[in-house]
Design a protein around this ligand. Structure first.
Ligand code: ADP
Length: 244
């Protein structure tokens, strides 16, 4: 077992209740990567349950598997062992197309490096997420402008990422993550590249998502002060092991 749930004000337990309102239910999840010297076990028998509207910090030392766990929750990587349900989807059983649909509609991603396409302006970056979800062109533009307004960036709609500050870029990335009304927002070190002021603003936006939009937020962070502001901290403790 390489995970330790700590402070849990909501009292959410680690065993599944058939009547539970869990958005994320992870049971006995293990994951390894094939590397030159053998199999690198990154996650070992992880159990985690997250309720709707919770904000959960995933912490632990570098290499403990935080990004791997987030990638699995986001359907960016395939579940190998154990079960992982998000919003009732058992991710291991989804086809490639179903998983792509899940990524487009159920989850929204926010990355440390923002992940904006440099050749598209702020509005177009958001519109791209809407295009992928099949939203009609006229609605796409209107919705992108609304989202930019909601993150306080109406005046930056036609700016490319190179003409945005780090904090502005991450606000565009949050707007993009919210474009298709995801139920779960997965954020990997969302403030890792930002100064204190921008970091505070981004964090405040993420913290408001449950109240404003009913989202559940899972956030990887190294920052203990950020983790303490979340409803709960889930610690991945053990280092990875190689089995040859
Ligand atoms: P963390 O986010 O906690 O730093 P990661 O999930 O990024 O940890 O990585 C856990 C371990 O798995 C690290 O040792 C990393 O080098 C390794 N790893 C991650 N992705 C791959 C991959 N695609 N192939 C091989 N090893 C990987």
């Amino acid at each position: 077992m390489n995970s330790t749930p700590i402070h849990s004000p909501s009292g959410a337990g680690q065993t599944q209740d058939p009547n539970s309102t869990s958005v994320v239910a992870i049971r006995d999840l293990s994951h390894s990567y094939e590397i030159a010297t053998g199999d690198l076990t990154v996650l070992s028998h992880v159990d985690l349950e997250i309720e709707r509207g919770e904000i959960v910090a995933v912490t632990g030392p570098s290499g403990a598997g935080k990004t791997t766990l987030l990638s699995l929750m986001g359907g960016l990587d395939r579940v190998q062992r154990g079960t992982l349900q998000v919003c009732g989807h058992e991710l291991a059983t989804l086809s490639g197309d179903e998983l792509a649909e899940y990524r487009r509609t159920t989850v929204g991603f926010v990355f440390q490096d923002f992940g904006l396409l440099p050749t598209l302006n702020a509005a177009e970056n958001i519109e791209l997420a809407l295009t992928l979800a099949g939203v009609a062109r006229r609605q796409r533009h209107r919705r992108a402008l609304e989202l930019l307004d909601q993150v306080g960036l109406s005046a930056r709609a036609d700016h490319r990422p190179s003409a945005l500050s780090g904090g502005e870029s991450q606000r565009v990335a949050i707007a993009r993550a919210l474009a298709n009304d995801p139920q779960v927002v997965l954020a990997d070190e969302p403030t890792g590249n930002l100064d204190e002021l921008a970091s505070g603003r981004i964090l405040a936006m993420l913290m408001e998502l449950p109240k404003d939009r009913g989202c559940t937020v899972v956030m990887v962070t190294h920052n203990t002060s950020i983790a303490r502001q979340c409803d709960r901290e889930f610690v991945l403790a053990s280092p990875s092991e190689v089995v040859s």
